[in-house]
Design a binder for this molecule. Structure first.
Ligand code: TMP
Length: 205
């Protein structure tokens, strides 16, 4: 693939959207051809799937939830991500396959092998060149007020969030080209760390 696929991951409210925008600006300043996108969503069809899967009071069973995320991913990957990569662009994506492993796998206890199979089908085998995993400390994570959580997944209880957070730790260790970033730090310090990582990975000079 000519382009580079960079994924930003982490629990809700870990600051990845802020960092995604800062990183977009850094890459543009370096003269890179870059797009910013997200999952679930990223295309018209996938954004409609996003509305269903995140609707606060809808009855969505775990297996249906998994397939909705994978449906969004299949559409998004084929319609937007792969063409951009083939055109040589850098694709910055908020969330991708690691989210499904952390939330539906660790959080909902769906077999990780089943998820890996579905991920492979939905992505057509595409894997990120770089995954940045933003994780706040456990203390800070559990202190976050319930009032902050508004969509269906964000409303899940503390035990779900703790399993999902542990999932991120384990997944980062076993994923090639994945880096853990301390999300408790100041926004600018994190942005600097991210820029250094991109430099180290030879994505920017
Ligand atoms: P966002 O608000 O960060 O865009 O993500 C939407 C929610 O969807 C968030 O709570 C994480 C969740 N999610 C999953 O549970 N599985 C997935 O595969 C993805 C991509 C997101």
């Amino acid at each position: 693939m000519k382009g580079k696929f960079i994924v930003l991951e982490g629990p809700d409210r870990c600051g990845k959207s802020t960092q995604a925008k800062l990183l977009l600006n850094t890459l543009l300043e370096h003269g890179k051809d870059v797009i910013l996108t997200r999952e679930p969503g990223g295309t018209e069809t996938a954004e409609k799937i996003r509305q269903i899967v995140l609707e606060p009071n809808l009855d969505v069973r775990p297996m249906a939830e998994l397939f909705l995320y994978e449906a969004s991913r299949a559409q998004h990957t084929q319609e937007k991500i792969l063409p951009a990569l083939q055109a040589g662009k850098i694709v910055l994506c908020e969330r991708y396959t690691m989210s499904t492993c952390a939330y539906q796998g660790y959080g909902r206890n769906i077999d990780l092998k089943t998820i890996a199979t579905l991920n492979k089908i939905a992505t057509l085998g595409l894997v990120p060149d770089l995954t940045l995993v933003f994780l706040m400390s456990d203390k800070y994570f559990t202190q976050r007020g319930e009032y902050l959580f508004s969509d269906r997944l964000e409303k899940e209880d503390l035990s779900f969030r703790q399993k999902m957070r542990q999932g991120y730790l384990e997944l980062t260790k076993k994923t090639k080209n994945a880096y853990l970033i301390d999300a408790d730090k100041n926004v600018d310090v994190i942005a600097q760390e991210v820029a250094e990582l991109l430099h180290k990975c030879k994505i920017i000079d």
